[in-house]
Design a protein around this ligand. Structure first.
Ligand SMILES: C[S@@+](CC[C@H](N)C(=O)[O-])C[C@H]1O[C@@H](n2cnc3c(N)ncnc32)[C@H](O)[C@@H]1O
Length: 338
C-alpha cells in the first residue's frame, strides 16, 4: 500500500506543495518556546495552550502534525514529549537551532511571499517585503539583528567541529575571519591550534557582541569592526570567509575578493567556507539555499566551478575543494603565481 502511494507522482507533488504547512508549524513551535516547556518532561496540549496563550484545539493539531514528522511524540492522547530531534528546539541545547527557525518564520517566510518579485527581476525580494535592504534592516532593528547573530552562531556551532576536522589548519600564524559574526568558528579554530592568533572582522555593531572574551581568547584574538568593501586587516597568514560570499552578487563578490587579495601577503591562503552546489540532481541543502539567497538577497550559492572562475578573475588560484562532514565545503585558494 505505502509503496503504491510513494509511486504516485500526484501524491508526491501534493506532499511537496504542503511542505509549507510543516515549516510554518515548526516556526510557530520555535517562536512559542514549546520545546523549552517540554524540557522537564511530557505535558498535555491543554496545559501548553494555557502557558502559550493559544487555542487548545489548534495547538493540539499543530503539535500532532509535528509529531507526524518526528519533532514531538504524542505519548498518550493529547500529551506531548520531545523526541531527540525536538530537543534541538530547546533554547539551552548545545546544538539548538531554535532562534534560526523562529527568525526564519518572522523574516524568511515573509520575504518569500515576494519570491515572485525576485523571480521576475533577479533582485532580492527583501526590500520589497521589509522596505530596506537586509543588512540595513538588521542594523536598524537591533532585536532582529541580535537574533540573526545568534542564528549564525547556531549554524557555526553545528558546523565548526566538522570544519576544524576537515582542514589542516596551520599550527602557527595569524588567522583572520572576515565577516566572522560573533567569532564562534574562529574561536573553535584558535582553540584547536593554541599557538595561532586571530582577528575577528565584521560590521562594528556585529562584532560588539562577540564570544571571544567569553571563551578566554581575548589575549590571542583582536576584534575589528569594519566594512568588507573597505580595507581589510592585512598581513594574515590565513583568511576565512564562511557563509559570506553567498549573500552577494558576482560583481560584489569580485570586489570583496580583490579587497582580500590586497590585504593578503604573497603566501597567505584564503578559505571560502560555503555550501558548494554538487552537480546533477542529487538532493543537497545548497540547492534550496541557493534559491533562498536569490529570493532574500539577490545572492546565490555556487558550484565549485563558479567559485574557481570568480577566484581566478580576482587573482587567485584554487588549490582544493574539500568536503566536510556538514553541508559546508572548503574552497582553498592562494594568490595567483605564489
Ligand atoms: C551569513 S553571516 C555569516 C557569519 C559567520 N561567518 C558564520 O558563518 O557564522 C554573514 C556575515 O557577514 C557580515 N557582513 C555583511 N555585510 C558586511 C559588511 N559590509 N562588512 C562586514 N561584514 C559584513 C554580517 O554581519 C554577518 O556576520
Amino acid at each position: 500500500m505505502s509503496s503504491a502511494l510513494e509511486q504516485d507522482s500526484s501524491l508526491r507533488l501534493l506532499a511537496l506543495g504542503d511542505g509549507f504547512i510543516y515549516a510554518r508549524a515548526l516556526h510557530l513551535a520555535a517562536e512559542l518556546g514549546i520545546a523549552d516547556l517540554l524540557a522537564d518532561g511530557p505535558r498535555p496540549a491543554e496545559e501548553l495552550s494555557r502557558l502559550t496563550a493559544t487555542d487548545p484545539g489548534t495547538l493540539h493539531s499543530m503539535l500532532r502534525a509535528l509529531a507526524g514528522c518526528g519533532v514531538f511524540t504524542e505519548q498518550s492522547p493529547g500529551c506531548f514529549a520531545l523526541t531527540a530531534v525536538g530537543e534541538c528546539l530547546r533554547s539551552d541545547h548545545p546544538r539548538s537551532v531554535r532562534t534560526t527557525i523562529a527568525q526564519s518564520g518572522r523574516i524568511t517566510a515573509r520575504a518569500f511571499q515576494h519570491a515572485d518579485h525576485a523571480l521576475r527581476t533577479g533582485d532580492g525580494a527583501f526590500t520589497e517585503a521589509f522596505g530596506q535592504p537586509f543588512w540595513e534592516f538588521l542594523r536598524d532593528n537591533p532585536e532582529e539583528g541580535a537574533a540573526f547573530n545568534t542564528a549564525m552562531q547556531e549554524h557555526s556551532r553545528v558546523e565548526r567541529g566538522t570544519i576544524v576536522e576537515a582542514y589542516d589548519f596551520p599550527d602557527t600564524g595569524r588567522i583572520i575571519d572576515v565577516g566572522g559574526g560573533d567569532g564562534t568558528l574562529l574561536a573553535a579554530v584558535l582553540q584547536a591550534r593554541p599557538k595561532t592568533t586571530g582577528v575577528l572582522f565584521d560590521l562594528p555593531h556585529v562584532v560588539e557582541r562577540n564570544c571571544i572574551g567569553d571563551v578566554g581568547l581575548a589575549e590571542r584574538c583582536e576584534v575589528v569592526g569594519g566594512d568588507i568593501f573597505g580595507e581589510l586587516p592585512s598581513g594574515g597568514d590565513l583568511y576565512l570567509m564562511k557563509s559570506v560570499l553567498h549573500g552577494w552578487t558576482d560583481h560584489d563578490v569580485l570586489t570583496i575578493l580583490r579587497g582580500c587579495r590586497r590585504a593578503m601577503k604573497p603566501d597567505s591562503r584564503l578559505l571560502l567556507i560555503e555550501r558548494v552546489i554538487p552537480p546533477g540532481d542529487v538532493p543537497h541543502t545548497s540547492k534550496a539555499f541557493d534559491f533562498a539567497m536569490h529570493v532574500m538577497a539577490g545572492g546565490q550559492e555556487r558550484t565549485g566551478d563558479e567559485y574557481t572562475r570568480l577566484l581566478a578573475e580576482a587573482g587567485f588560484a584554487v588549490g582544493r575543494v574539500i568536503a566536510t562532514g556538514s553541508v559546508q565545503s572548503i574552497v582553498e585558494a592562494v594568490l595567483h603565481g605564489s
